[in-house]
Design a protein. Structure first.
Length: 328
């Protein structure tokens, strides 16, 4: 089983930091991870919750439906085994009004007892340094190990192990520093993307750069090539200048970027395809470009267009087909 989750790095760090703090204070602590969901479960696989023996918890595995029951069972010593414990919360519609998931959903959790601060500390240290880290938990023993993260799903479950990738894995490269780029960058940061705005043109350098956004004065093709894990990167051309946009798009077509988008009307998109074909790119390569970028939500204003583009990126990240948006 593999899932392209939408877990936030900030949320994961918050949960793990609380767990480490409780462990350092001498409390018993367990980490619960959503491993499977069915029906209307509101939290995806890979979601975390940490709880201590005093009944405190941080994080969420169901959006508030089963947390109280889970924490009570742990506080009462029902989940205290050294090996990880599998818990299945399945609730029918009649029971849903009393306790359980909305509309009778179902989820399965893995609860593991954390053995001390060292079981969390090394992971937190690497996350705070901005690294991509994979944590593997053996289901039979609870033994955990860390490896450098790689591209691919954020969460995997096999018959023998749970594997979750932590860190700022997803990147968004925006070519062109304009109003639309700023809206898109701000929204993407809330989804925990590492955002890079690339624009080598002196006249387009904004006097008030956005916090937590990386700026590049490199040529767009160099900025694409500088991306770390390209399979977890999205590239969007917003410069309204074919010389800039085509450079970035050409490099993106030769990369493993999971999303490539370009702003513009259908007429400008057709002209772009013709230019790229003249450069030797095949129809199959050019078809990777989402142009006009964005979903069909009737967007006209910059913030709405940014929303439509980020929605399309999210859909493709989650493996969902989408329809393009017509932009002026």
């Amino acid at each position: 089983m593999s899932v392209q989750g939408m877990a936030s790095q900030a949320d994961d760090i918050s949960v793990l930091s609380s767990a480490e703090g409780w462990l350092r204070s001498g409390q018993q602590v367990a980490l619960a991870t959503v491993i499977r969901t069915w029906g209307s479960s509101p939290r995806p696989p890979g979601s975390l919750l940490a709880m201590n023996s005093s009944g405190q918890f941080v994080g969420s595995v169901s959006g508030g439906c089963v947390e109280e029951s889970l924490v009570t069972r742990y506080r009462d010593g029902q989940l205290a085994g050294p090996a990880p414990t599998l818990i299945d919360y399945g609730v029918d519609r009649q029971e849903a009004t009393r306790m359980g998931l909305p509309c009778g959903g179902r989820l399965e959790l893995l609860v593991e007892a954390l053995k001390g601060p060292d079981s969390i500390g090394p992971l937190l240290e690497r996350l705070r340094q901005g690294e991509l880290v994979t944590r593997k938990v053996e289901l039979s023993s609870g033994e955990a190990s860390l490896q450098p993260g790689e591209g691919g799903p954020e969460f995997k479950l096999s018959e023998t192990a749970l594997i979750k990738t932590f860190g700022p894995a997803w990147q968004l490269l925006l070519i062109g520093d304009g109003q639309l780029a700023r809206h898109l960058a701000s929204m993407a940061r809330q989804l925990d993307y590492r955002v890079i705005i690339c624009d080598p043109r002196d006249a387009f350098a904004h006097p008030s750069p956005l916090a937590d956004v990386h700026y590049s004065r490199d040529m767009p093709d160099d900025a694409v090539q500088a991306l770390g894990d390209q399979s977890r990167a999205a590239v969007v051309a917003l410069a309204h200048d074919p010389r800039q946009d085509d450079l970035g798009l050409s490099a993106a077509l030769e990369s493993q970027a999971f999303y490539i988008g370009a702003l513009g009307s259908r007429r400008s998109a057709q002209a772009r395809r013709e230019r790229l074909a003249m450069l030797g790119y095949t129809p199959q390569q050019i078809s990777r470009i989402q142009g006009p970028a964005g979903l069909q939500i009737g967007s006209k204003r910059p913030a709405e267009i940014a929303l439509s583009i980020l929605a399309q990126i999210t859909a493709m990240r989650n493996g969902i087909e989408s329809s393009p948006q017509e932009h002026a």
